[in-house]
Design a protein around this ligand. Structure first.
Ligand SMILES: *Cc1c(COP(=O)(O)O)cnc(C)c1O
Length: 403
């Protein structure tokens, strides 16, 4: 335990290429430990015969939020396996530190609470955001007061109690992009949080463009296989310390098994994102040329997400896909499609949703690693007129429409 903690580099600048970091970051000490795969530490508690020493360490953590040397005392303070994932993600995003959470929403919650605890309850946010992020900010669950604006309105919306500016780029689900550098400039001294879930550090490292806080739903591309939930915030060590204190007090910790799976996911992140992006770009070109499609959204930064608006009934497409899985979420090795107005953004007030460009005919597709011709064939049959599908005998007409 001592060995692991003391050998963990905390603020190593990113000097190796991203693909190399993806495979080696968070694992640098393994060879010295005589290991190849990272160990999983499932301990909830850690023995110590020195309770005076423990008291001191707890005081240190409570006052500074700094990572403890040696054992974590109790699993809500820290865990060596999740710490490996944090080290690796920080290296990929080019930040000093990263703090992991049980989900993306737990991560956003911790950021909002950390700022509110400094008396900074006001948040400025740009729509669209992921539906539940929109809901968390707007519903007042955490006592946050939000001003919704477009990038041009940020400077004007800043107040003395503004603690954060929140933006997603490319945004869920329209894939709308903002100029991070210009936006960071309008934030002045207010920290800009960029939700980088869709681009991943493979395509975009927001801190290099002036963002101070980078948030991920690790459930998506970082995990990459649709079998682990997690969230992570990459930032400077000062804010990371606050986040650790909030995480300790509120308990939204990432499970060590999830930490292990996320670290493993990171090692293939560059390969997965690049391969799926090639297919997504190709599908976006074919969809754009298809007369059944009214509009295609594909980000300039690239990526494996494609959104498109159909002329026909979007629920029919959802009910007709066969290879593609009709399911919410994204970033898995297999292709998923969903209807944001029904699912991912259902919780957003309809007027706000429409105003943010999330219309009723919009479908959001997360492109996986299947062969692009197989994906195109499935999309084409799903988009074709109902009689053609019935003739093929593949779709019972009575099947309820995609919910
Ligand atoms: C899914 C998602 C979240 C929420 O993450 P969870 O892991 O589901 O809690 C936040 N932001 C974006 C952009 C997402 O897609």
């Amino acid at each position: 335990m001592d060995t692991e903690a003391s050998m963990r580099p905390s603020t190593t600048p990113r000097s190796r290429a991203l693909a190399t970091e993806a495979v080696h970051a968070g694992r640098d000490d393994l060879a010295a430990l005589g290991l190849h795969a990272p160990p999983i530490d499932l301990s909830t508690t850690y023995p110590s015969y020195d309770s005076r020493g423990e008291a001191e360490r707890i005081d240190t953590f409570a006052t500074t939020g700094a990572r403890l040397d040696g054992s974590p005392v109790y699993a809500r303070l820290d865990n060596p396996t999740t710490a490996r994932f944090e080290t690796a993600l920080a290296r990929l995003e080019g930040t000093e530190s990263a703090v992991s959470f049980a989900s993306g929403m737990a991560a956003l919650t911790a950021v909002l609470l950390a700022r509110a605890s400094m008396g900074l309850r006001h948040v400025i946010a740009v729509r669209p955001l992921y539906g539940c992020s929109d809901h968390l900010l707007g519903a007042g669950l955490l006592g946050t007061e939000v001003t919704w604006t477009d990038p041009a309105g940020i400077a004007e919306a800043i107040r003395p109690d503004t603690g954060l500016v929140v933006v997603e780029t490319p945004a869920n689900p329209t894939l709308a992009e903002v100029d991070i550098r210009a936006l960071a400039h309008s934030c002045g001294s207010v920290p800009l949080l960029v939700d980088n879930t869709f681009a991943t550090p493979v395509l975009q490292r927001p801190v290099e463009h002036g963002a101070r806080i980078v948030l991920h739903s690790a459930t998506k591309y970082l995990g990459g296989h649709g079998d682990v939930m997690g969230g992570v915030v990459a930032c400077d060590e000062e804010f990371a310390a606050r986040l650790r204190q909030v995480r300790f007090a509120t308990g939204g910790v990432l499970h060590p098994m999830a930490g292990y799976l996320l670290l493993r996911g990171l090692s293939t992140l560059p390969v997965r994102v690049r391969a799926a992006s090639v297919s997504a770009a190709e599908l976006s070109r074919r969809l754009a040329a298809d007369p059944r499609i009214a509009r295609v959204h594909y980000p300039a930064v690239g990526g494996a997400m494609v959104s498109f608006e159909v002329y026909g009934d979007p629920h029919r497409v959802i009910s007709a896909v066969r290879l593609i899985t009709p399911a919410v979420s994204l970033g898995s090795v297999d292709t998923l499609i969903q209807h944001p107005a029904s699912i991912s953004h259902r919780i957003v007030d309809e007027g706000d949703r429409q105003a943010a460009g999330v219309g009723d005919r919009l479908l959001r597709m997360s492109v996986g690693l299947e062969d692009v011709e197989d994906l195109w064939a499935d999309l084409c049959q799903a988009l074709s007129d109902p009689p053609a599908r019935t003739a093929a005998g593949s779709v019972p007409e009575s099947r309820p429409a995609g919910r």
